[in-house]
Design a protein around this ligand. Structure first.
Ligand code: TGC
Ligand code: FAD
Length: 387
């Protein structure tokens, strides 16, 4: 049924392995996500039962080495997986983004061998769910001004503060938390669910990402064992390196939402008749569809190229920002135009478009807002930071 566009034959740039991975994830989304996701979104509930299945299909840590439970795949495979998951719903892709890029990646890249062996296999299988705490109530775009602090108490650290708008918080077993030490240096700590003084109240009343569990991470004199400090990174570049991976995944992910909207709108426009003709025969609707497929094609090429650069470890943070910013904006525009093509049906839960559109209103804000990514490009080309 779902027939995503591939106007420039970008499929030919994928290996057989990429296509096999894509097929497996697409089939899982068809089987396990599409039939239930609208109900979960309407109920403002995360489909928890899907977590273990996501572990089984390899959605968590696809590029983490097999030794730690990952699949040892390349960056293009990671991207392809994100596209398929977000075609199901941005909430499903979010869960995988956070687990992979924001929890497994920092433990793999900045942790020691004991930390890797303790946490990564359980996160890869979905036995444990992870969260990433950077944003605070008063510090979002400017995480360097964070207030969350920890003190060295001899045999442990004492953590105080709070994080807000945290994906997976209400269900997390572990959280990678970024906090300042006594000298004001940002460090990463692994906080476990059962540490005294740690709570994760859920954030409700969202009109976007309703099938995602979002919440706070509250630390009230939490004793964190010293072995839970990530030893191999210091400073804000630690969390920002994690964001590079997650932002890259989003550049691919949102194509899934965009393709689902386009595919739905194209089919609908060919079937729906007004004035005795399919609405696809009217120039105004063709303009929308033609522009959508043009933008999807550009999105595909941008995502693929930045993925190849990441495979060679050559992608700059600014290149990733450009791909995230462009692709989210275009996906949102495609969702809005698709919604119009469906007329009143565009707002119905019988079609995925309004859900995608509302989800993308979060995606354009998280992982760095649309404005912040523009300023990152501005800084890259002028050498002047305008933050
Ligand atoms: P600035 O002084 O520029 O940089 C501090 C240090 O970090 C380095 N750096 C980076 N390193 C790696 N990757 C990047 N992308 C980096 N950007 C900067 C920089 O070189 C410096 O290193 P060093 O060694 O000199 O100390 O920092 P700033 O405070 O001026 O801020 C820069 C700015 C605004 C770009 C940054 O703070 C930013 O990106 N803000 C946006 C915050 C954000 O994206 N938050 C996301 C939270 S997580 C989330 O939303 C998850 S949603 C998940 C889901 O559900 O899918
Ligand atoms: P602010 O930083 O207050 O920005 C408000 C507005 O001001 C924006 O339009 C912004 O672009 C603009 N602005 C800010 N600074 C400047 C400037 N210098 N120049 C021009 N304009 C500026 N965070 C996590 O740490 N972990 C998570 O798992 C996570 N999940 C999230 C899930 C959801 C559903 C949402 C909505 C958010 C999530 N976030 C998470 C938080 C997200 O990263 C922040 O919302 C985002 O970074 C923006 O911060 P803010 O909301 O505080 O907005």
């Amino acid at each position: 049924m779902y027939n995503p566009p591939d106007y420039y034959l970008v499929d030919e740039l994928l290996s057989d392995e990429h296509k096999i991975v894509r097929e497996a994830v697409r089939n899982w989304v068809n089987r396990s996500v599409t039939p239930v996701i609208d109900d979960y979104a309407q109920r403002h509930e995360f489909p928890k039962h899907l977590i273990r299945e996501m572990g089984e299909i390899g959605a968590f840590g696809p590029y983490i080495p097999e030794k730690y439970g990952g699949a040892g795949l390349d960056q293009i495979a990671y991207g392809v997986i994100m596209t398929e998951l977000e075609r199901g719903d941005s909430a499903i892709r979010s869960a995988a983004s956070v687990q992979t890029s924001l929890v497994m990646y920092p433990i793999y890249a900045f942790g020691n061998e004991e930390q890797r062996m303790k946490y990564l296999p359980k996160l890869a299988s979905g036995e444990w769910v992870g969260a990433f705490g950077l944003t605070e109530p008063n510090h979002g775009s400017d995480p360097g001004s964070m207030l969350t602090r920890f003190e060295d108490k001899g045999d442990h650290y004492l953590l105080n503060g709070s994080k807000m708008w945290i994906t997976n918080a209400p269900l997390c077993d572990v959280a990678v938390v970024w906090a300042k030490n006594e000298t004001g240096k940002v460090r990463g700590l692994i906080v476990e669910r059962d540490f005294d003084g740690f709570s994760t109240p859920e954030t409700l009343k969202k009109w976007s990402l309703r099938a995602s569990a979002t919440g706070e991470l509250v630390f009230d004199n939490v004793k964190v064992p010293k072995e839970n400090l990530l030893p191999n990174v210091k400073g804000l570049k630690g969390p920002l390196m994690c964001l590079n991976s997650a932002r890259y995944g989003i550049a691919w992910g949102v194509m899934g939402a965009a393709m689902d909207c386009y595919d739905t709108a194209l089919r609908y426009s060919l079937e729906r008749k007004q004035f005795g003709k399919p609405i696809a025969s009217f120039q105004l609707q063709q303009k929308k569809l033609a522009e959508m497929v043009t933008e999807i094609t550009k999105m595909q090429l941008l995502a693929w190229r930045v993925g190849m650069l990441r495979n060679e470890d050559r992608a700059t943070p600014a290149q990733i920002s450009m791909a995230k910013r462009n692709n989210v904006e275009m996906a949102l525009k495609i969702a809005r135009d698709s919604r119009q093509i469906l007329g009143a049906m565009g707002i119905s839960g019988d079609f995925p478009i309004m859900r995608h559109m509302m989800n993308l209103e979060s995606v354009i804000t998280y992982e760095g807002t649309h404005d912040i990514h523009l300023l990152i490009t501005g800084m890259d080309i002028t050498g002047i930071a305008a933050f």
